[in-house]
Ligand binder design. Sequence first.
Ligand code: S3P
Length: 184
Amino acid sequence: MTYTQSAAMPHSSKTRAVFLVGFMGAGKSTVGRLLSERLGWRFVDLDRQVEARANKTVAEIFRTLGEPAFREMETEALRRLLQAMSDGDPTVIALGGGAFAQSANAEMLERIAAHVVFLDAPPDELRRRIGEDGRRPLLTDAERFRQLYEERRLHYRRAKHRVQTEGKTISEVAREIEFLLEEH
Ligand code: S3P
């Protein structure tokens, strides 16, 4: 079966956006891209917007300007995106792993009652998925990775929905989110 926008999203006039949050390796961008294709929605990766605006990669921003500067750019990118989206096309948005852990960002999404989906998996699986990715400045040793995951998890749980991704294919996760959207 293929999912046309109307079959998958009978109330798409109401649901205009879905935000994917979660730790590094959760699959926010890969799942988000596939989900957007299935729904016929636009896909936005917030990290790519920050990079385009700064004309630097995320790793370069961390290295040359530091994490606090990156967080400001991230919040600014989210604010601009929400403004641009208010009357626009329905959109799937993948946030970077730290974005929803910043209360200013979480509050912006709560204010518009956005559909926020927390993609979760055990930290060992998340780490396996991303391997040795030199582009991720916060990919540190296993112990610190797990600790950061635990800290972040408290924030991610503010999300309206949670999808456990362990042992699931990208397609299965995307389908689960489609079901969530159909129910809400
Ligand atoms: C970050 C995760 C990254 C990126 C940046 C900071 C984080 O995004 O935004 O390196 O704080 O967890 P991904 O979750 O897509 O790796």
